[in-house]
Structure formats: C-alpha cells, structure tokens
Design a protein around this ligand. Sequence first.
Ligand SMILES: NC(=O)c1ccc[n+]([C@@H]2O[C@H](COP(=O)([O-])OP(=O)(O)OC[C@H]3O[C@@H](n4cnc5c(N)ncnc54)[C@H](O)[C@@H]3O)[C@@H](O)[C@H]2O)c1
Ligand SMILES: O=C(O)C(=O)C[C@]1(C(=O)O)C=C[C@@H](O)C=C1
Length: 364
Amino acid sequence: MRKTVLLVGTGLIGGSIALAIRREHDVFIYGYDINIEQVEKALSLQVIDEVVTDLKSPAENADLIILASPVEETKKIMKMITNYSLKEDVIITDVGSTKRDIMSLANQLWNGDVTFVGGHPMAGSHKTGVESAKAHLFENAFYVLTPQKTTPYEKIEQLKQWLKGTNSKFLVLDAEEHDYITGAVSHFPHIIAAALVKQVKKHSDRNPFISMLAAGGFRDITRIASSSPKMWKDIVKQNRDHLLRLLDDWIMEMRNVKSILESDENGKAIARYFQEAKDFRDTMPVRVKGAIPSYYDLYVDVVDHPGAIAKITTILAENEISITNINIIEAREGLLGVLQISFQTEEHRIAARTLLEQNGYQTY
Ligand SMILES: NC(=O)c1ccc[n+]([C@@H]2O[C@H](COP(=O)([O-])OP(=O)(O)OC[C@H]3O[C@@H](n4cnc5c(N)ncnc54)[C@H](O)[C@@H]3O)[C@@H](O)[C@H]2O)c1
Ligand SMILES: O=C(O)C(=O)C[C@]1(C(=O)O)C=C[C@@H](O)C=C1
C-alpha cells in the first residue's frame, strides 16, 4: 500500500530528503511550511503532493513524519504533534543540526510509545529554499541518527530504509557526542567565518579596495557566512556550552599564533605551524561529502574577451556534460574573473575539469 509522509519545513534539506525518498518509495507526501510561498513552490516542483495548512490530520495519517525546520522551531512542532493521535507504528525524525535539546525533548514527550529517531545529514549548503533541493544532496555524506534508548533496533533499520535514496552513510551517535563533534567541525567554523567577514567589513569601511581584492581564499573560507542567519541563530543557541569552550580554545590558539609571530625571526616556527595544519587537513576526506564541498563546483579562470563563456559551455555541451548552474565571480577588476560551474555529479565535474584543462583552461 502507498505510504504517507508528512514533511514539515519544505526548504533545502526537507525538500532534498523528500526527493531522495521518492527515488526509492511510492509515497504520498504532505508538505507544511509557515512560509506559504515555499510550500507552494515545493508542490510546483513535485517535491510534495499536497500543501497542508493544518498539521493534525496529515500527522495522524502519516507513516513517517520529517521535521525539517530550524531547530528551535522543530521543538515547537514536536510539542504540537505530541497532542495528536498518531499511527501506532509511525516514525518521527528530524534533520536538525543539533541533537541534544531535541532528543531531550523527545525523551520527555515520548517514552517508548511513539518512535522518534533524531537525524542529521552531514551535508548541505549556504543556500536555502526548496529551489536548491536535490535528491543527491546527501550522496556519500554521513547521516547521523540519534535514537532514543527505548527505540528498537528494527525501527532504526526502518528509518534507514526510508532514507535509502539519500545514498548516505548512516552513523548512530549519542546526541551529546553529536553536538560536541558538530560543534567543532561545523558550528564553530561558522562563527569564525562570520567573524572574518565582520573583520574585513570593518577594514573595508576604511579602504574600499579591501572588498575588491578579496579573492578565492577569502571566498572559500567565508562561503558559509552567507547561510541562513535564522537557522544558525537556533543552532548556536542549542549548542552554546560546547561553542563557549571551543571559543576559549580558539582564543588560546590565537594567542599562541600571536606569540609565534612576535618572536619568530626566521619564520621557522610559523612554517611549522602551517605544515602541521596542512598535514592534518590533507588527511581529511576532501571532496567527499560532509567535508568539502556540498555542490559539484568547478572554478575556471576566464579572460575578458567576447565569447569566452560560450566557448566553455560549447566544449561541455559537445561532450554531453550538463551544467546545473553557472556564475561569474568578479574577483579581479577589469577582467571577467572566475567562472563557477556547478554539475550534477562528481563524475561530471571531473570530466569537465579534464576537458577544460586539455583545452588550455586553468581550473581549480
Ligand atoms: N543547510 C544546511 O546545510 C543543513 C544541513 C543539515 C541540516 N540542516 C538543518 O536542516 C533544517 C532546515 O534547514 P534548511 O537548510 O533546509 O533551511 P531552509 O531555510 O531552506 O528551510 C527551512 C524551512 O523551514 C520553514 N519553517 C520555519 N519555521 C517553521 C515552522 N514553525 N513550521 C514549519 N516550517 C517552518 C521555513 O519557512 C523554511 O521553508 C535546520 O534544522 C538545519 O539545522 C541544515
Ligand atoms: O556546506 C555548507 O554550507 C554547510 O555549512 C553544511 C553544514 C556543514 O558542513 O557545516 C552545515 C550545517 C549542517 O548541519 C551540516 C552541514
């Protein structure tokens, strides 16, 4: 029989999960969002099958409920749906970037009577909204699950089956451990990215050339500062204690860097510092989802002459490599800049890179 899913929060992550579920299951998906434009867009993109404006009836009919709103909102929705007469074998899951508060609330609301398994796909984007949703967003990424102590093993397996189309790698973690880890590798870097942008803003008020000269390095390290402030406000609120400890560590680290710079006459100590960072960074799974990058982007240097972009797109089209997005980053005054091309898959990105390099383009 056709199963029913209720998706609450039809944005980037909710939309991507819904599309991934459709890959493997014949389902009817109800969509609910406080932003009516978003949920209607989700309907027109066939991410969902029906828009609902009240949660009760679709929640009571659902075999799977996915909560994909910002994490403070998710807690409010959990409190709402606890009042409904849900199906006995329903599974409720969420996609929030923090897990401790949500699991602690789940433990208060449902103690073995309803299955709630926390979830967090470790891939995403600074982009928001269902228009950026993709069925393959989580391919090869880790997908953390945080079951309750009372959750039977087979329920976790059922949820994995529901999420099979994400093609992600499931990892069961304790909620506290999850927040410690993601605090270090996701939430804290977000604060640093925002702080860097704010530092540059201060300087650019004094010297307008600063913004103009910000190039690839600045772009790479600050991309995530363009993410949704609402989503990140909620994450930081729920992981405040870990983040405060990480900030103390960071301040100590910066003091260490400062003292190296003050005393390192021949540059040996700072070279060692960079080498140690590079050695560890190079062991990390770069180009694997969950680390770097979330979209299959290729950057190509282009010079300013007529038809430069058309030439590149023609080379790709002739080799049947489709582009999902193309964007010019005007990083250099007077020149066209850098072309950012997004692809559907890593294979397309690699093939495009090889082709363009064979044609004399510099890519990275
Ligand atoms: N963006 C990422 O990289 C990423 C990755 C993994 C997990 N997450 C988590 O996924 C969740 C959603 O983030 P997103 O990136 O999809 O953001 P998004 O802004 O694209 O989507 C969130 C949607 O939730 C809706 N919403 C807000 N409050 C609501 C409420 N009370 N009821 C119903 N809908 C509501 C918004 O209108 C929006 O459409 C967040 O909890 C976030 O922590 C995000
Ligand atoms: O790629 C991005 O833009 C992200 O920030 C994605 C990212 C992260 O890698 O930190 C952000 C929050 C999520 O909970 C999971 C993934």
